[in-house]
Design a protein around this ligand. Structure first.
Ligand SMILES: [Zn+2]
Ligand SMILES: [Zn+2]
Ligand SMILES: [Zn+2]
Length: 143
């Protein structure tokens, strides 16, 4: 993958790709932690540089929902969107109903050539929808 994208193959890049291949949306620090577990000492800056290179080459996607730190994922190159939990910050993928970017047509665009609409859905994840304390169930007593 790295060679096909025109990147030199390095241990840190391979380890970062492996960390992302596990799925999900990882913070840069989470990726750097996994890279360190494999390679030992890797500076935070070096880890961030690896992620930047992977994102620039289209091998990773950077997601930055308002108010939370950037996350990285291996699912790059499609126009999927994200749903973010307002309560705990959990992120899940949402397939684009249209498929290609930009999937929303503006009513007017002032002559701009538009190539992307940034769509983020906000709501509550299943865990945060659950009642905070489950009321104890009353035992039915038949008289
Ligand atoms: Zn939540
Ligand atoms: Zn995603
Ligand atoms: Zn869409």
């Amino acid at each position: 993958m790295l060679r096909a994208a025109g990147l030199r193959v390095t241990g840190a890049r391979l380890a970062a790709l492996d960390a992302l291949a596990g799925g999900g949306h990882l913070s840069a620090d989470e990726v750097v932690t996994e890279v360190r577990e494999r390679l030992g000492a890797v500076s935070t800056q070096a880890g961030y540089d690896v992620l930047r290179a992977l994102a620039a080459a289209g091998l990773a996607r950077r997601v930055e929902p308002a108010g939370s730190p950037a996350r990285y994922e291996a699912r790059a190159g499609d126009n999927h969107h994200h749903v973010v939990c307002r309560s705990c910050g959990a992120i899940a993928d949402v397939d684009c109903a249209v498929g290609g970017a930009p999937c929303l047509e503006p009513a007017a665009h002032d002559g701009f050539v538009i190539d992307e609409a940034e769509v983020t859905y906000w709501g509550l994840c299943p865990a945060c929808q659950a009642p905070q304390s489950v009321p104890s169930r009353r035992t039915e007593v038949s008289a």
